[in-house]
Each structure stands twice: as structure tokens, then as C-alpha cells.
Design a binder for this molecule. Structure first.
Ligand code: FAD
Ligand code: NAD
Length: 328
């Protein structure tokens, strides 16, 4: 029997592994607890159009990722974003242009993982709670008590805190995943009926509850009927205010935004808050991916490398490469 390979997680890491394995002729099956793909690169559909509440843009520095991003651009999945960039420090706003190439999904961030998924077999709204091995094959158990399998190998492509439980069959991998601390991020979107009178389109922020802000309409292909801004709180502020009700988070981050943006900020006609519990690893690592090749269990994700889109994609490639090497 040729059992397929199970991949848990349809973020960019899981889909990177899926594409590499599929290209090598392997059968795969994907699972995700959400209703769609993308994970922290997903976009939220809202009355203000599609909003990138997680990853804002990404850079490509590794040669392999540069090449794949060029292919994505040729297929129209990504476009360059050239915001008018600012820096805010000690309450002072200053223009901060640079030469860095920054990419966004087109017309929304989730376009990338949706296109990567293509027609690959996937079960959405399926939260895997257990990964266990019989004599030869792996099975998965989901939160509704259904079992899935048999599988020849399993790749866990979720954030580290969620991965450690799924890696219990390989205690060393589970321990490594459990050692990774992931920081939260509160994200808020504010939509204004009239455009704010500012040139700012993206801003790195220091010494504030905020860490980053972006003007949604400055990204290619976005909805423009409102002037919608995405604000990210710093890790420290998000940790300290983890359980604050959404209304209070919106009020406080709106206040911080109004203080630093340097123009009149009317009451927004649209607001939304989203809490990312496992937004970014507290540290970078050089693991590539985690593997127990004899067992056939693997883990990948941004937390194995740089905590960025590029790191997540590279980690998925590494998991697939190690699995394929072991098959030979
Ligand atoms: P994820 O995207 O988290 O994917 C994991 C998937 O696993 C999810 O779809 C989840 O639903 C699924 N899952 C989890 N548990 C289970 C389970 N038990 N069963 C089934 N499915 C499960 N990176 C940049 O490069 N640039 C940025 O500007 C940037 N900004 C960011 C801003 C925020 C607010 C956040 C949160 C992240 C940001 N990042 C940014 C980081 C970037 O989004 C991540 O590095 C990358 O998307 C991680 O991909 P991943 O596949 O490793 O994990
Ligand atoms: P990048 O090169 O644009 O930015 C890296 C960092 O360099 C920035 O965070 C900023 O501190 C600094 N920087 C870059 N250009 C600047 C400029 N013109 N003026 C002032 N400072 C500048 O992108 P990257 O290396 O791909 O990093 C990805 C981004 O994703 C980072 O900004 C990171 O903070 C963000 N991120 C956020 C979360 C979250 O949960 N909020 C999670 C992961 C990554």
C-alpha cells in the first residue's frame, strides 16, 4: 500500500512543503482548523473590503525564495508594494524611505496561499488533536472524534505551541517545539469615510503601544471605498493587554494612532480587532525544520527559522527535502 503524507496546517510553511512533495510525485493530504488557508497570512473579509490583519508584506533575501517570488509575480499572485514609509520615535514622525523590495499578495495577502493550494486535497474546519502511529502507518484524530489515515508520514506545520502536543510521539521534537516562546499581537483596523490628510502609508513605530501601521489602500488591488488603516500593537503591549475586551483595545490603539499620525483623526466608521495569540517567535532559530526521519514525523514553520514569511516558506522546503531524502 502507498499511503499518502499528512500535512497539518495550510499556512505558507505547510503549503511550501505540500508543493515540494507534490512536485516530487508524492500524494499528500492537508488539514487546517480554519475555514480557509493562509494562517497568519490570511486576509479577513470585512465591510471595509479584504484586510491583511496578519503579515503586512514580506521581503525575499534567500536566493531560493527570491526565485519563487519572481514566479509568483509572473503569475500575478504577488505585487510590489512601495509605500511612503515613515518612522515614529519618541512621538516624532519622520519620513524613512529605503530601497528594500517589499511584496504583498495580490489583490489580498491570502491570494498567495490560495493559489499555492490549487487543487491539492484539503480538509478545512478540521482541528487535529492527536497524531499517533500504529505498526507501520500514522493516523490523525480530530476534535470531533473522527480518525483520518493511514499515512506514511506526518508533517506538523502549525505554530510551535500547537505543534508540541501533536509531536508527542517524538518526545525530542515535542520538547524542542515546547521550548519556543511565541509572542502575541493585537491587530486593529480603523476605516475612515474621508481620507486622512497625511502622506504616511506605512510606519515603523517605537516607544508606543503600537509597533506598525499601514494604509490598506496603498497596497495594490485593495478596496478604496474607505481609508482603512491596519495597526499592530507591540509584543509587550499585546502581552500586557492579552485579555482586554476588543472595544477597549480599539479605543486604546486608536488613541495611540491619533497621537502619532500628525493630522486630524475623526471617529472611524469601521473598526475591527483581532488577537493573534502566537504571532511571532520571541527568538530566531537555525533549525530549518525538525525531523524524526525513522519515525516519519516532521515539523516546520516560521519558528524553525526567522519568524517571517520567508522563514516559514524555507522551513516547509526543508521539511519536504528531509522527508524525500529519507525515502531514497
Ligand atoms: P501559520 O501561518 O500560523 O499556519 C499554521 C496553520 O496551522 C494555520 O492555518 C492554523 O489554522 C493551522 N493549525 C494550527 N493548529 C492546528 C491544528 N491543531 N489542526 C489543524 N490545523 C491547525 N511576516 C513577514 O514576513 N512580514 C510581516 O510583515 C509580518 N507581519 C506579521 C504580522 C502579524 C500580526 C503576524 C501574526 C505575523 C506577521 N508575520 C509577518 C509573520 C508571518 O505571518 C508568519 O511568519 C508566517 O505566516 C507563518 O507561516 P506558518 O505556515 O509557519 O504558520
Ligand atoms: P523589513 O526589512 O521591512 O523590516 C525589518 C525591520 O527593520 C523593521 O521591523 C524595522 O524595525 C526596520 N526597518 C526596515 N525598514 C525601515 C525603514 N525604512 N525605516 C525604519 N525602520 C526600518 O522586513 P523583514 O525583515 O521582512 O521583516 C518583516 C516585518 O514583519 C518586520 O517589520 C517584523 O516586525 C514584522 N513582523 C511582525 C509580526 C507581528 O506579530 N507583529 C510578526 C512577524 C514579523
Amino acid at each position: 500500500m502507498n499511503a499518502p503524507i499528512a500535512i497539518i496546517g495550510t499556512g505558507i510553511a505547510g503549503l511550501s512543503a505540500a508543493q515540494a512533495l507534490h512536485a516530487a510525485g508524492q500524494d499528500i493530504e492537508l488539514f487546517d482548523k480554519s475555514r480557509g488557508s493562509g494562517g497568519r497570512m490570511a486576509s479577513k473579509r470585512s465591510d471595509a473590503g479584504s484586510l491583511d490583519l496578519g503579515a503586512q508584506y514580506f521581503t525575499a533575501r534567500d536566493r531560493r525564495f527570491v526565485e519563487v517570488v519572481q514566479q509568483w509575480q509572473a503569475r500575478g499572485w504577488v505585487a510590489e508594494w512601495q509605500p511612503s514609509l515613515y518612522n515614529a520615535q519618541d512621538g516624532q514622525l519622520s519620513a524613512s524611505p529605503d530601497e528594500q523590495l517589499r511584496w504583498v499578495g495580490s489583490p489580498r495577502m491570502s491570494a498567495i496561499t490560495r493559489a499555492m493550494l490549487g487543487a491539492l486535497p484539503v480538509k478545512f474546519s478540521c482541528r487535529i488533536t492527536e497524531v499517533f502511529r500504529g505498526d507501520r502507518y500514522w493516523s490523525l484524530l480530530d476534535a470531533e472524534g473522527n480518525s483520518h489515515g493511514p499515512y506514511s508520514h506526518v508533517i506538523v506545520a502549525t505554530p510551535a505551541p500547537q505543534a508540541s502536543a501533536l509531536l508527542a510521539a517524538a518526545p525530542k521534537l515535542a520538547g524542542t517545539a515546547a521550548s519556543v516562546i511565541m509572542e502575541p499581537t493585537w491587530a486593529v483596523a480603523l476605516g475612515f469615510d474621508s481620507p486622512l490628510e497625511t502622506r504616511v502609508e506605512g510606519c515603523f513605530v517605537q516607544d508606543s503601544p503600537l509597533d506598525w501601521l499601514a494604509r490598506n489602500r496603498s497596497k495594490p488591488g485593495r478596496d478604496t471605498h474607505l481609508d482603512t488603516w491596519v495597526l499592530h500593537a507591540s509584543s509587550a503591549w499585546s502581552r500586557q493587554n492579552l485579555d482586554l475586551p476588543k472595544d477597549a483595545v480599539i479605543e486604546q490603539l486608536h488613541g495611540a494612532f491619533a497621537e502619532l499620525i500628525g493630522c486630524a483623526v475623526p471617529p472611524p466608521s469601521f473598526t475591527l480587532a483581532h488577537r493573534w495569540l502566537y504571532a511571532r517567535p520571541a527568538q530566531t532559530h537555525q533549525w530549518g525544520a525538525l525531523a524524526d526521519a525513522d519515525l516519519g514525523l516532521y515539523a516546520c514553520g516560521d519558528w524553525c527559522l526567522s519568524g517571517r514569511v520567508e522563514g516559514a516558506w524555507l522551513s516547509g522546503q526543508d521539511a519536504a527535502r528531509r522527508l524525500l531524502e529519507h525515502l531514497q
